[in-house]
Design a protein around this ligand. Structure first.
Ligand SMILES: [Zn+2]
Length: 131
């Protein structure tokens, strides 16, 4: 185990919207942890379904290959809950834009999605979603 003092040091993180590096402090709430400041968070909030798409893409990017069901389960602890079916619909749209791949080993198996875009989830939502 690391000493508590070291563990409490802020972590450098890249903002998902503007790519600014910022210090992640442990006192911040979970929703703000991937944003440098409130302005970038509000930019996503302004978009139609922006936070929903943002969280689905973020989970996929951070966890690797996942099915819609797995993403739906991972998001059940977050404010933006999405059903298995909604996650699948959202990701098929992002796959048609070339940001995500979508494949399944056989017709009986569920689709597995993978994040392949060079852009960050926040950048994608701001690029594509309407305000
Ligand atoms: Zn930012």
């Amino acid at each position: 185990m690391r000493p508590i003092k070291e563990a409490m040091q802020p972590i450098k993180r890249e903002c998902t919207v503007c790519r600014n590096l910022y210090d992640l402090h442990y006192s911040q709430d979970v929703a703000s942890q991937r944003f440098c400041e409130r302005k970038c968070y509000m930019e996503l909030r302004k978009r139609h379904k922006g936070m929903r798409d943002y969280w689905i893409l973020t989970v996929l990017r951070e966890r690797g290959k996942l099915t819609a069901m797995q993403i739906s389960n991972l998001l059940s602890g977050v404010k933006v809950k999405s059903s298995n079916r909604t996650v699948g619909n959202v990701l098929r749209l992002w796959a048609s834009r070339g940001m995500v791949t979508c494949s399944r080993p056989s017709f009986k198996k569920p689709y597995t999605y993978q994040y392949i875009s060079e852009s960050l989830p926040g950048e994608l939502v701001i690029q594509y979603a309407k305000t």
